[in-house]
Design a protein around this ligand. Structure first.
Ligand code: GUN
Length: 283
């Protein structure tokens, strides 16, 4: 079997077109959705990420503000800025790019964001809303993975999903989203004794480890859906995921490529969350 590729670029383009339409309708009613992106320090990768987020807002017709501060910004000054953005009616979503400089407590900063504007879904109130199945913002990367899985047309009810990785912003929320769709969920991690034993039983595998070739063809049940969140560089410097794509695509039923799979969906779901924050504020 050769897997069908789930095209993240195509799905992202469709969803962004929908955001653009809904943003235009809301703007016509006098509420232009707005996102504030806060970057502290000069981390090169973060600079690239925030640039993409601001550009995506512009392309979708959203208002965006990029606030850049030097690495010497104090925690108190950053908390003051968050308070001002919380109170700003032109801003519906607030994103503080991580990582923050070491002298700033990231948890404290995220906790200061109004949950109604927490479009990253990182606030404990957002995590709690996901846990309890109440309204709140979902973390963008796992949310994007759910949209990719939805694209296969497969009903997750009763399926066995194996998530590899247990980070607060990706692995754990991913498991909760799959559970909410009635999958039977296993979370594997660095201390899991026999990863292959678990993945071979999976109808859906989501790999969020950050190490290439974590999932190889011998670990995948024929026909499984394989979602690759990894973003790694191989020995030749080429971008690759956590899944051995060439091998696994011969066994899986569906697979996401890297690049062009999960990557474009993360920023897309940020736009969706920002639009929904504005729609809720305008309701
Ligand atoms: N750093 C890397 N990815 C992300 C993200 O999705 N959101 C924020 N705020 N920081 C990040």
């Amino acid at each position: 079997m050769t897997a069908t590729i789930i095209d993240g670029n195509a799905l992202a383009a469709e969803l962004r077109a929908d955001v653009r339409r809904r943003a235009a309708a809301l703007t016509a009613r006098g509420v232009r959705p707005g996102l504030a992106v806060v970057l502290v320090g000069e981390d090169p990768a973060s600079q690239v990420y925030v640039g993409k987020k601001v550009q995506a807002c512009q392309d979708a017709g959203l208002h965006s503000v990029l606030e850049r501060y030097g690495a010497e910004l104090t925690e108190a000054a950053l908390l003051d800025r968050i308070a001002a953005l919380n109170a700003d009616p032109a801003i519906h979503g607030i994103l503080v790019q991580l990582p923050l400089p070491k002298h700033i407590d990231a948890q404290k900063v995220i906790a200061a964001i109004d949950p109604a504007k927490d479009v990253d879904g990182f606030h404990v109130a957002s995590a709690g809303a996901l846990l309890t199945g109440t309204p709140g913002f979902w973390s963008c990367t796992p949310y994007g993975c759910m949209k990719l899985i939805e694209r296969t047309g497969i009903d997750l009810a009763g399926k066995h999903a194996v998530v590899i990785g247990r980070s607060n912003n990706v692995g754990k929320p991913m498991a909760l989203m799959l559970l909410q769709k009635n999958a039977t969920v296993t979370i594997c991690h660095s201390a899991t004794a026999n990863l292959k034993h678990h993945t071979l039983q999976a109808d859906v595998i989501v790999a969020a480890v950050g190490r290439q070739n974590t999932v190889t063809a011998d670990m995948v049940k024929p026909g499984a859906v394989v979602i690759d969140i990894g973003m790694n560089r191989n020995a030749a410097g080429k971008l690759c995921g956590d899944v051995d794509f060439a091998g696994v695509r011969e066994v899986a039923g569906w697979i996401t490529p890297v690049p062009g799979g999960v990557g474009p969906m993360t920023v897309t779901m940020l736009l969706v969350n920002t639009l929904e924050a504005a729609e809720r504020a305008a309701a």
